[in-house]
Design a protein around this ligand. Sequence first.
Ligand SMILES: CC(C)(COP(=O)(O)OP(=O)(O)OC[C@H]1O[C@@H](n2cnc3c(N)ncnc32)[C@H](O)[C@@H]1OP(=O)(O)O)[C@@H](O)C(=O)NCCC(=O)NCCS
Length: 180
Amino acid sequence: MVEMITERLVLRRFLPDDWKDLYEYLSIEEVVRYEPYGVFTKEECIKESIERYEAEDDSSFWAVCLKENDKMIGHIYFQQTDPKKFMTWALGYVFNPKYYHKGYATEACKRILQYAFEDCDAHRIVAGVNVKNIASWKLLERLNMRREAHFLQNVFFNRDSYDKPVWNDSYRYGILAEEV
Ligand SMILES: CC(C)(COP(=O)(O)OP(=O)(O)OC[C@H]1O[C@@H](n2cnc3c(N)ncnc32)[C@H](O)[C@@H]1OP(=O)(O)O)[C@@H](O)C(=O)NCCC(=O)NCCS
């Protein structure tokens, strides 16, 4: 995994010590509201950081850090989907709310798209997002990704008190190498 530098950020592999910064945002209910998991405990963040550090396929999670002090302010998930011959990667991201509305997520994701098309020879990047997650799909549109689909009730992460799935509507976004 290569390190990537932008104007204000460094995108690098996770380090075991990143658990503190990870815990700072994954422990917040609001941050994980649209994620397929709940809030993380301190112990889970320690385990998660070590796993991301040790992962053989080390390109899935990128720690996004401030250039000035190496503070990890968020992370990007970026993984090739199956079948591999379609040369498609899925994009995801979670940032610390203390650093929202500063363009950091946009800056980091733009660098990932550049990496995808220039270094990975990607044909297509896709992202799925809850229709209610406006900040997230606005970010995808800032990246010039196209809304390709509006799925009705295609996914659920929780069940209600009657054990029925709580279905969510979602958008899928995509961008092709030739569109950049
Ligand atoms: C999705 C998420 C990363 C978006 O964060 P964000 O702060 O809105 O995105 P950015 O960091 O790119 O900031 C963009 C905003 O900063 C503003 N901004 C300020 N300075 C800027 C700069 N130098 N460059 C670009 N934008 C700048 C933009 O105008 C934009 O403002 P707006 O929100 O009023 O439109 C964040 O909401 C998040 O982590 N959510 C929780 C996890 C989550 O839901 N992940 C997605 C699951 S699908």
